[in-house]
Design a protein around this ligand. Sequence first.
Ligand code: SF4
Length: 246
Amino acid sequence: MTEPRHQEVQDAAAGLPALPPAEELDRALRDATPTEIIAAALQAVGRERLALVSSFGTESAALLKLAADVDPAIPVVFLDTGWLFEETLAYRDELIARLGLRDVRSIKPLEQTLSREDPDRELWFSDPDACCRIRKVEPLNRALAPFSAWINGRKRFQGGARAEIPIVEADGGRLKFNPLANISPEDIAGIYASAGLPPHPLVASGYLSVGCMPCTSRTTPDEDSRAGRWRGRAKTECGIHTVKAS
Ligand code: SF4
């Protein structure tokens, strides 16, 4: 018999209904549009139990726009690592106003963790996995504690570990929805164009993907969009998608 996961135990203790199986939802939504997938996530768990996680990066406005059209009050979790570009923080504020997002939660790492594990702010260089753990993975786990499901913006066309992502997957005891899994770069550009969405301010300077300042560089035209992340390192993901949430 499979042991119930931490989140399932919490939900049961709170009297919340059990989550539908991820495989069943994935099968049902395999050919659904991103909007249909977001609506299905909302229907599956309800707004109180659903969060969207966004980096407010170069393609983020597309998912945020689609989610705002479904329900602008869906909680949005933004990981403010302490190493973000000022332009990203300004873009977050611009999109909140533009899309009428009503519940954006900017989550920071715990001060005591930073002073204990990264007092000199050099961990990004000496041990980027540990840096991502204390600045992204742990804060995300904390932010997702009240939720039973989350939505994120990964696309299969981004390649690497993302090439095979399903529409819905189990993430620890939570459901994880990937509404943009199936779409193309052209689809994203189409959403920006039809909704008149502003580009991230750093796109004009040659950044195709934007994360933390020390770990983001410009890309050349022959590179894929994530080539500028952790350049020169074996690392390709920060851990929030490769470490299962507890
Ligand atoms: S992306 Fe870089 S600076 Fe940001 S948390 Fe990870 S290692 Fe640290």
